[in-house]
Design a protein around this ligand. Sequence first.
Ligand code: GLV
Length: 387
Amino acid sequence: MPVITEIEDLRRKYKWRVPKMFYDYCESGSWTEQTFRENTADFKDIHLRQRVAIDMTGRSTKTQMIGQDVAMPVALAPVGSTGMQHADGEIKAAKAAEKFGVPYCLSTMSICSIEDVAANTEKPFWLQVYTLTDDDFMQRLFDRAKEAKCSAAVITVDLQLLGQRHKDLKNGLSAPPKLTPKTLADMAWRVPWGLEMLQTKRRFFGNIVGHAKGVGDAASLMDWTHNNFDQALNWDRIREFRKMWDGPLIIKGIIDPRDALEACNVGADAIVVSNHGGRQLDGALSSIRALGPIMDAVGDKIEVHLDSGIRSGQDVLKAVAMGAKGCWIGRAYVYGLGAMGEQGVTKALEVIHKELDMSMALCGHTDINTVDRDILMVPKGFSGDWE
Ligand code: GLV
């Protein structure tokens, strides 16, 4: 087995193991993928300030996210169809996260259901919800999260409609995959993936089918999804969701300081600066460029997290130094899951932790909680001087 030293090693392995339609689903941005690319590329413009002759023994990356203890400031982001990347993928990712001591956030569009993940894990996880028009379904989701002892709900506010991802349309993406000559040919030589998939019953959207009124099969699910994402969403509607859930609440998908201010007024415990991994508005600013102005606007009012573009522990360090209390990783752990199942998610977390810990030390810090802007060299105008 090749030695895995970086997240990119996992991506290469993942690409070989998983059918193209699911690899492409993960590895896509919308339209030209400009924002998808810039999310990672923009981190490279920030440099780290190396310090020497500072005692670097006794280091710790332990901190808190929304008041919960974490082994490092990283959470596993909600990713739709994770159970198609590897059989029982959500359960495997959640297990890896709990063993490592970081939060796992389950997507509403997961293959394994809330109840399934709860039954197969020990520690509470977070549940992500979309902003849907179906009130009964929304209330039921929050109730199911409560019954499953979820320790936070995460409302994704940047998906009133789905950004167009060319590859998904061309591949005819669906879960489970439609059996056409093209998909059959693609799956035929992903033997370990296929054998594992045949051994699980979890191959459909477990939180939706049988829970949303009238959704019993793939065709009705497509109709339901199409009709239920709320294009008329506004902040009053988000306040209604706040009333449906009385636990810790995180609002995910903020990229503009004005929206960050609105999110503060809803009574959330944290916001996630995110452009949905470049999957929604192509041409939007990368998350790391958006972070500074959002910190200036709300950093003293609410806990701020960042997702979109994190592929290394150095990226985490940079975001934390700019003020983020934690970062969410999506693709970075899906690569690991697709490549090696639970063990691969653990590997992704280990890689990120090691990079974070060593880079922090070389910047002269032994405690992630003392890291600040001083360790960074950020180019002038990094966040933009826009007209
Ligand atoms: C869903 O949230 C997606 O980005 O595909």
